[in-house]
Ligand binder design. Structure first.
Ligand code: UDP
Length: 394
C-alpha cells in the first residue's frame, strides 16, 4: 500500500458505507484520531451511492434508498452534513391490472372490495387492531374472524407470496417473519410507505453527504483498495498483524465476516440484485417513485428517480430490480445486498462473530458484518453507539 500504517493511523476502517464513514468521522472529530478508510470500490457511500446522470437525474446506483427514521440522534447527526429535501415515500402495487397503495391500507381495501363488504372489513379491522394500528401479514393470517381470514388470504396471495418468492427465492413462511413484517397491513388511510417522524432525502444526494462526513482533516480515504488482504489474524496470540508486525491501532470492519476469516465455517448466504437502468425520452414514466409487481414480470419493482429529487428534464430514468442469489465468484452477482438471516445462517454468523470477538482490537459493524437487515438509520445509530462504547476503552 506504500504508506506505513503503524504509527501513522490510530484507526483503520474497512468499508466506506454509512457504518464505516460515521465511525471514522466520530474517531476523527471527537477523539482527534488519525483514521484511514479503505474502500474496495472506486467510490464512497456503499450501496447508498448516487450520482447525477447526463440528464440531471440523481440515480441510486444500488437501488432506491429512502431515508426515514424515528431516531432524533441520527437525524441530528446527518443534519450536520446536509440540508434536506422533504420526501415521503409512497408505493403502488400492480394488482390485477390496477395500481393500488402499498402497504395495504384502508384505501387499498376500498379499491379491491365492493363498498359494502369493504365497510364490514374496515369495521372488523378497527375492532381488532384499532384505527391507526398495524398488523403483520403472517399475524393477520392467524385470525379466527372468517372475513379477516379471507382478507389475509387475499393480501398474502396477491401482495406477498410471489413478490417474496422472487425476492428471496422462498415463501414468506420460510424466511424470518421480521422480513414481511416490514410491510404490515395498516388500519388507516395513510398511503405512506414509512410512518417515521423524520423522512427526507439529502438535498444534494447521498454521495455528497458521505464526502462531507469523510472530509475531516484527520481522515484519509483510499478507494479501489481491498483492505482485507493487509491484515492477518493470529489466533494463538489474539493479535492482528500487518506484514508480520502487530497492528497497533484499532481495526473497524464493515464487510462480510466470512470473507474476513477465509470462509472457514462456510459461506454466509446473501441475496443479490441485478439492476436494469433505462432512460426514456419522456417526462414521466409512472405516477410515483416506486411501483411493485408482485405477480407479473421477473423483476420485483420499478423505481423512477425523478420523483425522489425533482428535476426539469425531458428525459426520465427508471430502474427495474431483478433479485438473484449472491455468488462471490460471478461478477454479475457478487454484490451482497440482503443477509439471508434464517436460524441456520445466524448460527454460522455467530461462529464468525465468536472468532472476531477474540481479537480485542477488531470491531465489526454494519449490515454485512452484523448480518442484519439494517435500514440506513439503523446502521448510523449502531455506528454512533459502537463508537461511544469503544472510544473510551481505546
Ligand atoms: N414484500 C412483498 N411484497 C411487496 C413488498 C414487500 O412481499 O410488494 C415483502 C418481501 O418479502 C420483501 C419484504 O416484504 O423482501 C420487505 O420489503 P421492503 O420494501 O422493506 O424491502 P426493501 O426495500 O428493503 O428491499
Amino acid at each position: 500500500m506504500g504508506t506505513p500504517i503503524n504509527g501513522k493511523y490510530d484507526v483503520v476502517v474497512i468499508g466506506a458505507g454509512f457504518s464505516g464513514a460515521v465511525i471514522a468521522e466520530r474517531f476523527a472529530s471527537q477523539c482527534n484520531k488519525k483514521v484511514l478508510v479503505l474502500e474496495q470500490r472506486d467510490h464512497v457511500g456503499g450501496n447508498c451511492f448516487d450520482y447525477k446522470n447526463q440528464f440531471g437525474v440523481v440515480v441510486h446506483k444500488y437501488g432506491p434508498h429512502l431515508f426515514h427514521t424515528n431516531k432524533k440522534e441520527v437525524w441530528d447527526y446527518l443534519s450536520l452534513f446536509t440540508k434536506w429535501h422533504r420526501y415521503e415515500h409512497e408505493v403502488l402495487a400492480s394488482i390485477d391490472g390496477q395500481l393500488v397503495p402499498l402497504p395495504f391500507n384502508l384505501n387499498t381495501l376500498y379499491l379491491l372490495y365492493p363498498e359494502e363488504k369493504a365497510k364490514t372489513i374496515e369495521r372488523l379491522l378497527v375492532q381488532h387492531y384499532g384505527y391507526g394500528g398495524k398488523v403483520a401479514i403472517l399475524d393477520l393470517k392467524e385470525t379466527k374472524e372468517p372475513l379477516l381470514k379471507e382478507l389475509a388470504t387475499l393480501v398474502y396471495e396477491k401482495f406477498f407470496v410471489n413478490y417474496t418468492t422472487k425476492q428471496w427465492g422462498c415463501s414468506p413462511k420460510q424466511i424470518s417473519p421480521a422480513v414481511t413484517a416490514r410491510v404490515p397491513v395498516v388500519i388507516s388511510h395513510d398511503n405512506r410507505y414509512f410512518h417515521d417522524s423524520y423522512q427526507a432525502i439529502p438535498v444534494n444526494g447521498y454521495t455528497k453527504v458521505f464526502e462531507r462526513i469523510l472530509s475531516h482533516p484527520n481522515i484519509s480515504v483510499k478507494l479501489g483498495f481491498d483492505g482485507i488482504g493487509l491484515f492477518e489474524f493470529d489466533e494463538s496470540t489474539s493479535t492482528i498483524k500487518i506484514s508480520d508486525n502487530e497492528f497497533e491501532g484499532r481495526l473497524i470492519f464493515t464487510g462480510m465476516l466470512d470473507q474476513l476469516f477465509g470462509y472457514r465455517f462456510g459461506e454466509l448466504p446473501y441475496r443479490s440484485l441485478k439492476f436494469d437502468f433505462e432512460t426514456l425520452a419522456q417526462k414521466q414514466f409512472q405516477p410515483n417513485t416506486t411501483v411493485n409487481y408482485p405477480n407479473e414480470h421477473q423483476f420485483t419493482r420499478i423505481t423512477e428517480f425523478k420523483h425522489i429529487l425533482p428535476v426539469e428534464s425531458d428525459h426520465t430514468t427508471i430502474v427495474r430490480e431483478y433479485p438473484q442469489d449472491y455468488d462471490r465468484l460471478d461478477a454479475t452477482k457478487n454484490v451482497p445486498y440482503y443477509p439471508v438471516f434464517n436460524e441456520g445462517n445466524q448460527t454460522k454468523h455467530q461462529a464468525y462473530a465468536a472468532l472476531a470477538n477474540k481479537f480485542k482490537k477488531l470491531t465489526y459493524i454494519g449490515r454485512l458484518a452484523d448480518y442484519k437487515y439494517f435500514n440506513m438509520d439503523d446502521a448510523i445509530a449502531n455506528a454512533l453507539t459502537t463508537f461511544r462504547k469503544i472510544s473510551n476503552v481505546f
